[in-house]
Write a new protein. Structure first.
Length: 252
């Protein structure tokens, strides 16, 4: 067998699949994972249990629908390929049949902004796509529509899909979609959830964009995610810096 390309990435894909099941957001072989490469992407093979998966079961594909190797890619390769083609910011994708997200998808329910963490999907809602049969171009098409200006969506009568800049972030986002789905489901059992306003969500989304950034990384017009307390050990300007500061000449 020829030497496998991207061995480290293949192992990362397998580790992500195992963690996906360990975290309880997927069952059996129902989900799939992919990661972008310079030539296209790597995706899990069809029907291979994750605990038996080896690097050769992570299939190399291009963005024109071609694959390399002895194993067929996941039946959902079209969804992954089309996200990579249409969303350049996507570096990795996680698709799962997590319980609560799937339950809402079977009710054809968008998740409204009942909680500010809805912003993890990139907008003020997490949309649910129309139903289309698995593995078809139609499913990919309705998914792309639901993902407009979003980084996650529910798939009608199917499950959920989420992407991020890397495998870690994609898996995190899929986990957050399941959590928010569970919370929405629980809130519906107790009554009608209060929905946040457009203005409230606009503020949240602006702050989400700077989450994880330090003060010196913020732009002039960025909304800080952290309303920072006073730093007690702020470094003082060095004597050298003070000396190098230009002295204003006195006016005559």
């Amino acid at each position: 067998m020829a030497k496998l390309k991207y061995l480290d990435l293949r192992n990362e894909v397998i580790a992500t699949c195992l963690k996906m099941n360990e975290e309880g957001i997927n069952q059996g072989t129902s989900g799939n994972v992919s990661v972008r490469t310079p030539e296209g992407f790597l995706i899990t093979a069809s029907g291979v249990p994750y605990h038996r998966m080896k690097p050769e079961h992570v299939v190399e594909m291009d963005l024109d629908g071609g694959y390399v190797g002895e194993y067929l890619p996941s039946t959902e390769w079209r969804m992954h390929m089309d996200i990579f083609k249409h969303r350049p910011e996507a570096g990795a994708i996680v698709h799962t049949h997590s319980v609560y997200a799937t339950a809402l998808a079977c009710l054809k329910k968008d998740i409204p902004p009942f909680h500010y963490m809805i912003g993890i999907g990139g907008g003020t809602t997490i949309r649910c796509s129309d139903y289309a049969e698995f593995g078809t171009q139609k499913l990919s098409d309705v998914m792309l529509k639901a993902l407009e200006d979003r980084s996650a969506c529910l798939l009608g009568n199917h499950g959920q899909i989420a992407f991020g800049p890397n495998l870690e972030k994609a898996l995190w986002r899929a986990g957050e979609v399941e959590t928010i789905s569970h919370q929405y489901w629980a809130a519906l059992q107790a009554g009608k959830p209060v929905i946040l306003s457009k203005g409230q969500m606009t503020s949240v989304l602006a702050r989400f964009k700077t989450y994880g950034k330090q003060p010196d990384e913020l732009g002039k017009d960025d909304a800080p995610a952290v309303q920072a307390p006073v730093r007690r050990d702020a470094p003082k300007k060095s004597a050298r810096a003070a000396e190098s500061k230009p002295v204003k000449k006195a006016k005559r």
